[in-house]
Design a protein around this ligand. Structure first.
Ligand code: COA
Length: 387
């Protein structure tokens, strides 16, 4: 396998985009990434998405995007892995270039959720869970995560208030990101008094529904020097693992085994330890997922993630900045696109283009994207190399 670099990135603001179709959202992100990359030739296109068949009555997204951006003869295919579709798409493009099958690829991920009313969206999101054994009981994704948070609080003695820093940090970072769905800081009182969705998860523990698209251009490292200037961002690791689809089939519901597996594979590929990661874009779809992800990825002991957050270690100036551009909680979670936003934001940080949210001197960034309630997880590590 040959080394691969990220040549460019593009992101649409996450919002309720009533005036843009799915094709315009995806196309604008793709064209922005191509321009950012210096418009290199493209051998293949991969597009990630979770629910366009039901939410937008549109399948066949490969040709849909290639046609719209004026690349009708280029190979193009869709990748789906529920909420992990974005990172799975990045990894598909990476493997195409690393294997030598393509020299440069465009990877885009898009989701337009607000075409459907919220009850339909909740039902569509639940298709990422086990239809026979979970969804059949009537439980939603928020409900599944509420059970995990209840159990975590019971096992480790934390109360709801102790999860507040995850949401407060995400909203503080989102407030300074023009692409974020929510650009307003919140405090403890707002967190504690927010509308309850499924106890103990209230609206400030949950990521919002929204529309968005992000894209990257990947190229073989030995061909990229012509397009790069000050620095290149190399893909140091890409790892993927699955776990049981249903939460109740796991021996330990509070341990994200696929997060652990993909993280240790990634550390091994990059020859790095958790202590060497400068920032972590984690999958904070719910506060409890942020906590479980930090623990499974080896950043803190089991049961201690709220301590890490309470001690200020997750802020932009902390030991491990997380959700640096707002995360899923405040930047937003257009489900199939989220993993690509996470990677694009890591690239933005490593290129030192993150503006007011810049992590000082960031050189190594990690992104972890979770599909379902921990059933399909990808971890990527990117490294800045100065030219
Ligand atoms: N955080 C903060 N504010 C939120 C929010 C969130 N997650 N979701 C909605 N809001 C705000 C809206 O901006 C709106 O504010 P406004 O009145 O000032 O305009 C208000 O709350 C009501 O918005 P609405 O869209 O009617 O909310 P809702 O009650 O239909 O949905 C949730 C709220 C939390 C139920 C919904 O966002 C949700 O289902 N989130 C989880 C999605 C999910 O499961 N994703 C997959 C995870 S793997």
């Amino acid at each position: 396998m040959r080394p691969v670099v990220v040549l460019g990135y593009g992101m649409m603001p996450v919002d309720e985009h009533w005036n843009l179709s799915l094709r315009e959202l995806a196309g604008n992100a793709a064209l922005s990434a191509l321009e950012n990359a210096g418009t290199p030739p493209i051998d293949a296109i991969f597009i990630g998405n979770m629910m366009s068949g039901t939410a937008n009555h549109q399948q066949h997204l490969g040709a849909y995007l290639a046609d719209w951006i004026g690349m009708p003869m280029v190979e193009a295919v869709r990748i789906e892995a529920a909420c992990a579709s974005g990172a799975a798409t990045f990894r598909a493009g990476l493997m195409a270039v690393a294997s030598g099958e393509a020299d440069s690829v465009l990877v885009t991920a898009a989701e337009k959720m607000t075409d459907s009313p919220s009850d339909e969206i909740s039902a569509e999101l639940a298709t990422a869970a086990d239809a026979d054994w979970e969804v059949e009981t009537g439980i939603s994704f928020v409900g599944l995560n509420a059970l995990l948070m209840q159990r975590y609080m019971h096992e480790y003695g934390w109360t709801k208030e102790h999860f507040a820093p995850f949401s407060i940090n995400a909203h503080a970072n989102g407030a300074r990101n023009p692409n974020a769905r929510f650009q307003k800081e919140i405090g403890l009182a707002t967190y504690m008094n927010a509308a309850m969705v499924a106890p103990p998860i209230n609206i400030m523990d949950a990521s919002p529904v929204g529309d968005g698209a992000a894209a990257c251009v990947l190229m073989a490292a030995d061909m990229a020097s012509h397009f790069s200037q000050n620095a290149i961002i190399e893909v140091a690791a890409s790892a993927s693992a699955t776990d049981s689809l249903a939460v109740h089939d796991r021996n330990d519901a509070l341990w994200l085994n696929a997060a652990y597996r993909s993280a240790i594979d990634a550390y091994s590929q990059a020859a790095l330890s958790p202590a060497e990661i400068d920032l972590f874009e984690l999958h904070d779809a719910f506060s409890i997922m942020a906590a479980l992800s930090l623990e499974a990825a080896g950043f803190t002991e089991r049961g201690s993630a709220p301590r890490m957050a309470l001690d200020g270690e997750i802020g932009l100036l902390g030991r491990l900045p997380i959700a640096t551009m707002g995360g899923l909680k405040a930047r937003g979670h257009p489900v199939g696109a989220t993993g690509m936003y996470q990677i694009a934001e890591v690239v933005q940080q490593l290129m030192h283009e993150a503006g007011k949210n810049q992590v000082d001197g960031a050189r190594i960034g990690m992104a972890q994207n979770i599909g379902g309630s921990g059933s399909n997880i990808l971890t990527h590590i990117l490294r800045r190399v100065d030219l």
